[in-house]
Design a protein around this ligand. Structure first.
Ligand SMILES: O=C(O)CCC(=O)C(=O)O
Length: 301
């Protein structure tokens, strides 16, 4: 049985800052905004060919699904290739090789002249526009962003199916402690191992050229590439100060503790985290069944 995933994320045209903030930013509700980039230079000229011609010699770090392990962090790429070789490979057809959190601007400052940060919201962290490239059928496995900022993910070439989950489901998604990942496979959920998944509800949308997905702070995302392509993310601060503290703590403390403990304890650390994630979900499931015997699928907010 697949997870319960609805197609409830709206697609809207650009609206005023006041309307965006009141309807989506402050309530932290995901939405797709059409046309934020189409008329800017980036929307007109950025494509795979453009990057081959302008940045083809840059060495880029590749995340290769065939080498991916759920007990290792996402921070380090598996190997490097020249950007040109990588782009030629993804152009040829399906491949599960991705460029994740690629800071293209570090290598080519002129890219900054091709776009402006959206004005429908404030608090953009202007030093951090990241790019994400992938081959047709690549998958970015479900995770939360550790800095807990809100993300505007704009699609240029190709399409992406994006599935989002409210952070209120983190325990029932079996989030590993000290980390923003989970061992669950949302494409093939194992309800015996992860019974909490029965209570989890996702929302999906397909992101196309010129569309920007607003992902609120802490929302889990799983991404499937439909056609080789790329997008760019721009981040802004969450409206909730507690997310700033959580994000700072994740970046400065949790992720480092996790890496060090994994180095020292190896599998023992991973097994400990897996057990703790199971325990947290089991406790929450008990709480749900005692609190609400009338409506089975209700999760505390
Ligand atoms: O588009 C992707 O492959 C990943 C995007 C992502 O994880 C993010 O914007 O935080």
């Amino acid at each position: 049985m697949p997870l319960e995933i609805t197609k409830s994320i709206k697609k809207i045209n650009v609206i005023s800052r006041e309307a965006f903030e009141q309807t989506y930013y402050y309530p932290q509700k995901p939405v797709v905004i059409k046309g934020l980039f189409e008329n800017q230079a980036a929307g007109q000229k950025w494509d795979l060919e453009y990057f081959k011609n302008t940045m083809g010699d840059v060495e880029v770090g590749i995340f290769d699904a065939s080498l991916e392990r759920i007990d290792r962090s996402y921070k380090k790429p598996h190997y490097t290739l020249s950007f040109r070789d990588y782009l030629e490979e993804i152009e040829k057809g399906p491949t599960k090789k991705r460029l994740f959190l690629f800071n293209a601007i570090k290598f080519n400052k002129a890219l900054l002249n091709d776009f402006e940060f959206p004005t429908i919201c404030g608090g953009f962290i202007k030093s951090l526009p990241f790019m994400f490239f992938g081959g047709d059928q690549s998958v970015t496995r479900i995770h939360q962003d550790m800095d807990m900022s809100c993300v505007f993910l704009s699609q240029f070439t190709g399409k992406k199916r994006v599935v989002l989950f409210d952070p209120k489901y983190s325990e029932l998604l079996y989030r590993f402690p000290f980390n923003v990942h989970t061992g669950v496979n949302i494409m093939d959920p194992d309800y015996e191992k992860y019974p909490g998944l029965e209570y989890v509800k996702g929302e999906e949308v397909t992101l196309e050229y010129g569309e920007t997905l607003f992902m609120p702070s802490g929302w889990w995302h799983h991404i499937e590439y439909q056609g080789s392509g790329f997008s760019m993310s721009m981040r802004c601060l969450s409206p909730k100060k507690r997310d700033w503290i959580k994000g700072g703590w994740n970046v400065a403390v949790n992720t480092n503790v996790d890496e060090i403990m994994l180095k020292i304890l190896g599998d023992h650390w991973f097994n400990y985290k897996t057990k703790l994630a199971q325990k947290r979900a089991t406790n929450l499931l008990k709480e749900i069944s005692t609190k609400d015997t009338r409506s089975k699928k209700s999760v505390p907010a």
